[in-house]
Structure formats: structure tokens, C-alpha cells
Ligand binder design. Structure first.
Ligand code: FAD
Length: 177
């Protein structure tokens, strides 16, 4: 007969890392909401308040708003910073890169599936890059390729598709006045 398990279920959205522990950088802080809400509801009930849900919701929102600036990143903050770096680097990549610049860009892009610390993000990105080889031929091709890869992630997350004709406006030139 198997032993009854004593492990607590993970909060929805919480992802485990390769060490089997909750992985902060693979999880959005938003997904810690249920754990915070439950804790606040319990606190509120023991103190006799009838407004447990309101207290929990406002405390979650306060937690997200007041998150310290020196906290390690969650998956969203890391994602935004990484996309910013990648799209900006593509926007300033030469029109006619040297063989060495192409090789270095390929190394950078092929390193992501191996090194990106959100492991499930890295695995999915790696699968996508296997199907869609990086275009490092020049600035325009690289910017489009990256835009399309980012749109694949957007699709997976149920977000809007970005118009890839607007990558320069977003990442290099800024909006026309
Ligand atoms: P982001 O998606 O981070 O975008 C930042 C800004 O880029 C936007 O505000 C917009 O102005 C611009 N933008 C949006 N789309 C495009 C585009 N196609 N081309 C050019 N510019 C664009 N999160 C997960 O939860 N699961 C994953 O599997 C996952 N995989 C990821 C893989 C990689 C390689 C990276 C870098 C990130 C991944 N993320 C993943 C994080 C996720 O993509 C977002 O960065 C995160 O959810 C924050 O999203 P956001 O809405 O703030 O904007």
C-alpha cells in the first residue's frame, strides 16, 4: 500500500524548478495571489472581521504595488527585461553584419534555450527555435524573426499579436509626433 502523501498542493500557476522547489523566476507574482489571499482570509477570520475577501483582495493588490524594487524578478519582469534587450539589440544590429557578428548573434540566441532561468519558457523557446532557425542575415531580418518568436509566446499566453511592421517604431525610432 502506498504511503499517504503529506505534501501540500502547489498554488495554481506556481512552477517547480529543476531542484523540485518553487521557482520564483518561472512564476508570475500574480500567481502567488491565492496563497496570499488564503493567508489574509485566515487572519481576518480569526480576528472576527466579516470582510475577509475584501481584505484579501486589497492586500494582494497592495503586495503587488508595494513590491520592493530590489526583489528578484518574477517571470514577467525577467521576460520584459529580456525582450527589451533582445529587440533593442536586433534594432541596432548592422544591416550587413560581419561573419563574426552573425556568429555571435547566433550564439546569443542559441544560448537562451540552455541558460534562460525560467526553464519551461526556455524549453518552449528552444522548440520554437528548432522549427524556425534564427535569421541573422541583417537588422531587418533579425528584427522580424524576433518579433515572430515573441508573437509565438504572446499567442501561447493569450496576449495580442504585435504588428511586426512596427518593430523599429517600438524599439528604435519611437512614435511619430
Ligand atoms: P512582454 O511580452 O514582455 O513585451 C514587452 C513589450 O514588447 C510590450 O509592451 C510590447 O511593447 C513589445 N512587444 C510585444 N510583443 C512584441 C513582438 N512580438 N515584437 C516586438 N515587440 C513586442 N512567460 C510565460 O509565462 N511563459 C512562457 O513560456 C514564457 N516564455 C518566454 C520566452 C522568452 C524567450 C522570453 C524572453 C520571455 C518569456 N515569457 C514567458 C515572458 C513573457 O513573454 C512576457 O515577457 C511576460 O509575460 C511580461 O509580458 P508583458 O505583457 O509585460 O510584455
Amino acid at each position: 500500500m502506498s504511503e499517504p502523501t503529506t505534501e501540500k498542493p502547489l498554488p495554481p500557476g506556481m512552477v517547480l524548478g529543476s531542484d523540485g522547489k518553487p521557482c520564483k523566476v518561472c512564476t508570475s507574482f500574480r500567481n502567488w495571489k491565492p496563497a496570499i489571499a488564503t493567508r489574509e482570509q485566515a487572519r481576518s477570520k480569526t480576528s472576527g472581521s466579516g470582510a475577509a475577501t475584501t481584505v484579501a483582495a486589497s492586500s494582494t493588490s497592495a503586495f503587488l504595488q508595494n513590491k520592493r524594487a530590489d526583489c528578484p524578478p518574477d517571470s514577467e519582469e525577467l521576460g520584459r527585461a529580456t525582450w527589451t534587450f533582445l529587440h533593442t539589440t536586433a534594432a541596432y544590429y548592422p544591416e550587413r553584419p560581419t561573419p563574426s557578428q552573425r556568429a555571435n548573434m547566433l550564439t546569443l540566441l542559441r544560448s537562451l534555450p540552455v541558460l534562460y532561468p525560467c526553464t519551461h519558457c526556455a524549453d518552449d523557446f528552444g522548440e520554437d527555435v528548432k522549427l524556425n532557425a534564427p535569421n541573422v542575415s541583417g537588422r531587418a531580418g533579425l528584427s522580424r524573426w524576433l518579433c515572430e518568436r515573441h508573437n509565438e509566446v504572446n499567442k501561447k499566453l493569450g496576449k495580442e499579436q504585435f504588428d511586426c511592421a512596427k518593430t523599429d517604431e517600438r524599439w528604435k525610432d519611437g512614435p511619430a509626433d
